[in-house]
Design a binder for this molecule. Structure first.
Ligand code: AHM
Ligand code: MG
Length: 335
């Protein structure tokens, strides 16, 4: 069991040998994300001051032009990741195409690609509700020495070497996995240090919370409608509690701690749902499985889906193992 009060920096050094390639590069990469997280956290915390400091598109009193926070978060993460000799390419929910990063000697020696949703749930910012950053890391599949290519990004989620999120909530937390369980670190904003606060996070096997945008109920597939009715039925430990923040990171984080299921299904208006396989579902699915939970599209394991495009969407069922299995059993009746 990990000692609770160690810093993220200490934790990264101590656990470096757990990583199969163990060259220290992945540790440097997590360190870069840690740094960008602090910068973005600082910006997110100032969001309520927008009327004083200037709104997006305006120039503030210091003469700096203001950016929308999701654009700014994208820039901060890109800058931080580019400045290391580790990442050969970045794909972001904010960008149409992937970005190639050349190593200083232009020899394409960098081994990792990072996929990122820099500020997920950003529609919540104006109303002071939690948002998050989601990241996913793979080793490139094309040979070192050649430029990064699309196939380096279109890998199934099982190939991830690390994934995580930052939640800008009542506290700011960084939660991540390198395939050896899930650990959560809370930022002490006074000194800018993340401390291990949630070692070895685990989804309860089952729970009593379901998180789905029920406003879309009429457009949902029959299997999802039936599962929602099951959640609401007075029987055994039901009805369950409905909790939906509309911010994937926050809904996931709560469900991992308390036990629950998150569903963003396909619907008659959004045929593949809304969430992106590469930037949202794969990293969350990897975290869920590492924490003893489960993630599927209602039928298939998310991590085994071979992506065909960068911004591919996929239905998402994720959370406590038994709850996801139950939802899948309802889906199977109409397969
Ligand atoms: P975004 O990437 O545009 O922020 O959208 C993703 C967000 C998730 O965080 C959240 O779970 C979902 O969209 C909410 O969507 P909806 O408002 O349709 O329920
Ligand atoms: Mg998003």
């Amino acid at each position: 069991m990990q000692r609770k009060n160690k810093t993220l920096g200490e934790f990264i050094i101590e656990n470096q040998q757990e990583f199969q390639y163990s060259t220290g590069e992945l540790s440097k990469l997590i360190n870069a994300i840690r740094l960008a997280a602090k910068v973005v956290n600082h910006e997110v915390n100032k969001a309520g001051l927008v009327d004083i400091l200037g709104a997006a598109g305006e120039t503030n009193i210091q003469g700096e032009s203001q950016q929308k926070l999701d654009v700014l978060a994208n820039e901060k993460f890109k800058q931080t990741l580019q400045n290391r000799e580790i990442v050969c390419g970045i794909a972001s929910e904010e960008e149409d195409d992937f970005i190639t990063i050349n190593s200083q000697d232009e020899q394409h020696q960098n081994k990792y690609v990072v996929l990122i949703d820099p500020l997920d749930g950003s529609s919540n910012i104006d109303v002071n509700v939690s948002v998050g950053t989601i990241f996913s890391i793979y080793r490139r599949v094309t040979p070192i020495g050649s430029p990064v290519s699309l196939e380096d990004f279109l890998q199934p989620g099982v190939n991830q070497v690390a994934a995580g999120y930052i939640i800008y909530g009542t506290s700011t937390m960084l939660v991540y996995t390198t395939g050896h369980g899930v650990n959560g670190f809370t930022l002490n904003p006074a000194i800018g240090t993340f401390y291990l606060s949630h070692p070895n996070m685990q989804f309860p096997e089952t729970g009593r919370i379901y998180s789905v945008n029920e406003g879309n109920y009429t457009h949902f597939p029959q299997g999802v409608k039936d599962y929602i009715k099951y959640c609401q039925k007075e029987e055994d430990d039901r009805p369950y509690t409905s909790r939906y923040i509309g911010s994937l990171v926050s809904d996931f984080h709560r469900n991992m701690i308390k036990g629950g299921i998150y569903i963003y299904p396909k619907s008659s208006t959004a045929f593949n749902g809304k969430l992106r396989l590469l930037y949202e579902c794969n990293p969350m699915a990897y975290l869920a499985e590492q924490a003893g939970g489960r993630a599927s599209d209602g039928y298939r394991r998310i991590l085994e889906i071979t992506p065909t495009e960068l911004h591919q969407r996929v239905p998402f069922f994720c959370g406590s193992r038994k709850m996801v299995e139950k939802a899948e059993s309802f889906m199977a009746q109409y397969a």
